[in-house]
Design a protein around this ligand. Structure first.
Ligand code: NDP
Ligand code: 8X3
Length: 260
């Protein structure tokens, strides 16, 4: 029986979207387990504050990075300080939903930003980092998808579409990586209270309404799931993990009862 891997002390974990929500909580959880961290996001002042706190536990390198910027990603990764170069785990978490309007009223610019961030940004990071993992015979790609990939809902249009990509891309990576020790997981959270709804709706009051009367997941719940996956023994691959709060479940299909 192989030894169970409980520590992250030998890991170099790169987390996108570490300035808020799941990404920040994941950085905190991984730091406590002793992983070296590369934390990425656009808001550099938040990265600086996070780095200051986490540096008490471990070595942290902050990258002010927009995942939509392919050139910036390559430049940042090529110029990583030596101790951070051999990334062992990539947590592709950066992402967003914008708007909740039906498709025929939605903003094309918002659809494009979701595709550019949730799909293309995740591809750019993966494409830049995965070959090194395969070459070194060690690595983990952990993608944050969403239950929106699995259950359509009104207004989910392009956002759900981007997360369906994340799921299928993750599974297809597994197919390609067979024969290597590199692992891939797609974690699919449901209702979770972070800055997500504020970003989506652009209004604090409307965002608060989403969580009214519920007990949603919190960022730490998802961070703990990430940690669970990363600390499985090397022969175990969790393909997908769908997580909902107890207050969320399935509904019957919608039916239009005004057919004339
Ligand atoms: P938050 O809004 O709290 O955090 C989103 C993070 O993504 C921020 O750190 C933000 O950093 C980063 N980000 C957004 N756009 C970019 C970009 N172009 N380049 C780099 N970083 C970017 O939301 P969550 O923590 O909830 O969301 C994290 C992930 O989880 C997303 O992929 C989201 O789709 C997914 N998810 C969220 C759920 C929820 O209900 N909350 C449920 C299921 C999935 P910055 O602005 O500094 O760049
Ligand atoms: C986030 C969950 O329900 O807003 O991915 O799509 S939901």
């Amino acid at each position: 029986m192989k030894k169970v891997k409980l520590s992250l002390k030998q890991e170099i974990v790169c987390i996108t979207g570490a300035t808020a929500g799941f990404g920040k909580a994941t950085a905190e959880a991984c730091a406590k387990e002793g992983a070296k961290l590369i934390v990425c996001g656009r808001r550099s002042e938040r990265l600086t504050a996070l780095t200051r706190v986490l540096s008490k536990h471990t070595d942290v390198h902050a990258l002010t990075l927009d995942v939509r910027d392919k050139k910036a990603i390559h430049a940042a990764l090529e110029n990583l300080p030596k101790p951070f170069r051999n990334i062992t785990a990539l947590v592709n978490n950066a992402g967003l939903a914008l708007g909740i309007k039906p498709a025929h009223q939605a903003s094309l610019e918002q659809w494009e930003q979701m595709v550019d961030t949730n799909i293309k940004g995740l591809m750019y990071m993966t494409h830049a980092i995965l070959p090194g993992m395969v070459k070194r015979g060690r690595g983990y790609i952990l993608n944050i998808g969403s239950m929106a990939a699995n259950y359509p809902y009104p207004g989910g249009n392009a956002y759900g579409g981007t997360k369906a990509f994340v799921k299928q891309f993750s599974l297809n990576l597994r197919a390609d990586l067979l024969g290597t020790p590199v692992r891939v997981t797609c974690i699919e959270p449901g209702l979770a209270e972070t800055e997500f709804s504020l970003v989506r709706l652009g209004d604090k009051k409307q965002a608060a309404e989403i969580y009214k009367g519920t007990e949603p997941l919190v960022a730490k719940d998802v961070a703990e799931a990430v940690l669970f996956c990363l600390t499985r023994p090397p022969h175990v691959n969790i393909n997908t993990m769908e997580i909902m709060p107890v207050c969320q479940a399935f509904s019957p299909l919608a039916i239009n009862r005004n057919v004339k």
